[in-house]
Design a protein around this ligand. Structure first.
Ligand code: SAH
Length: 348
């Protein structure tokens, strides 16, 4: 296990500048180091080639780069790649690269395990072990970016926080990672290409809206009927749907951005006409769109993908009310890389 106190990526640019001054060297070396760490995402001081050997040795004597290592890569027959990422304390998270003809989407984790208890999700069965640090989130993105360049000759086009964990329960680290990913001194990616997905924690959505983010928001809704939602997502008993609705409305008032609802239709759970009507009503409150996600079985018999008739009814009713709806096919199912399947299976 490495020493976190020596972790150079916990130092601000100012601290790095002062470090050099304290050691009788010009402050601007601090800027160079910062760029190597966050723009070029190097994993070793030896790669910092515009610094002298003496300065590189000085850095290694005082610091370490606790970068996350890819312990295993699995490739799906549809081209999706899943990384098992080993963290400095030996814990493992998973992240996924999802290529299409024109895009490379990175799906990243925010926690080891998850704080929440959605009964249809494999990650929830792991329980939350700990939050990821900003650099651990950043490393997943930097690694997937390298893999996208290597395998598809293009950088990442999008990032979704839809891997393991609940981003709102690790809010400040997720925001810090996004800052590093989007800042010109970091990866310089446009925030418009980043989507943060939450199971729906109203007060955190309000907090986030107050900070004027420029990234997009997705909410895992799955039912707009209180009892159904509480049943399949027990944590939501603490967060009434009206509060969720108000927080989303507030988000819209601040960002003027449509929210995406993620929604799986299950047999005898939310495939009734009343459920469809409830969703349509919920969607009418704020400009939104609906992503109907295919269910990926995770070994819980209570859940089964609904028939096409039910899915068609959702599509028909939402479209009738001018609410955009798309059906999202699963990717990477054969390697347990699809939504709700991330559970460190292969690394046990
Ligand atoms: N905790 C956040 C981030 C995870 S995103 C959130 O819930 O939004 C993962 C998405 O996959 C969520 O929309 C989740 O509800 C969905 N999901 C979970 N288990 C699934 C499964 N077995 N099949 C399909 N989607 C699932």
């Amino acid at each position: 296990m490495s020493d976190v106190r020596k972790d150079i990526r916990r130092r601000s640019k100012e601290e790095l500048r002062s470090f050099f001054v304290e050691h009788g060297a010009p402050a601007f070396h601090g800027n160079q180091v910062y760029e190597w760490l966050w723009q070029k995402a190097v994993t070793d001081f030896a790669q910092m080639t515009n610094l002298s050997k003496t300065h590189r040795a000085l850095l290694s004597a005082h610091f370490s780069i606790n970068h996350a290592d890819v312990a295993q890569v699995q490739k799906s027959e549809d081209g999706t790649m899943k990384n098992a990422v080993r963290l400095h304390d030996g814990k493992v998270v998973e992240s996924v690269l999802i290529p299409t003809e024109t895009r490379s989407t990175a799906c990243v984790s925010s926690q080891v395990g998850c704080s929440l208890d959605c009964s249809f999700c494999a990650t929830a069965q792991l329980k939350r072990m700990r939050n990821l640090n900003p650099d651990e989130i950043f490393d997943q993105v930097a690694t997937l970016n390298r893999q996208s360049l290597e395998h598809f000759s293009r950088p990442l086009s999008n990032i979704v926080f839809m891997g393991m964990g609940e981003p709102m329960m690790n809010y400040s680290n997720v925001i810090k990672a996004i800052e590093k990913i989007t800042s010109p001194e970091g990866m310089g990616m446009s925030p418009r290409r980043i989507t943060v997905s939450t199971s729906g924690i109203p007060k955190m959505i309000v907090k986030m809206a107050d900070e004027h983010p420029r990234f997009k928001l997705a909410v895992s809704l799955h039912s707009a009927v209180e009892d159904t939602r509480n049943n399949i997502m027990p944590f939501s008993t603490n967060f009434p749907l009206t509060d969720l609705k108000d927080s989303i409305q507030y988000w819209y008032s601040k960002t003027k951005e449509r929210v995406t609802y993620e929604y799986v239709v299950w047999k005898e759970i939310n495939d009734s006409v009343d459920e469809v009507k409830a969703l349509v009503n919920f969607c009418k409150h704020t400009p939104s769109k609906v992503n109907l996600i295919e269910y990926n079985p995770v070994g819980n018999d209570a859940f089964e993908q609904a028939d096409n008739t039910a899915i068609n009814l959702y599509v028909y009713e939402l479209s009738k009310h001018q609410i955009p709806v798309t059906i999202r096919r699963s990717r990477g199912k054969d390697i347990d890389a699809a939504c709700g399947q991330l559970a460190n299976k292969s690394s046990h």
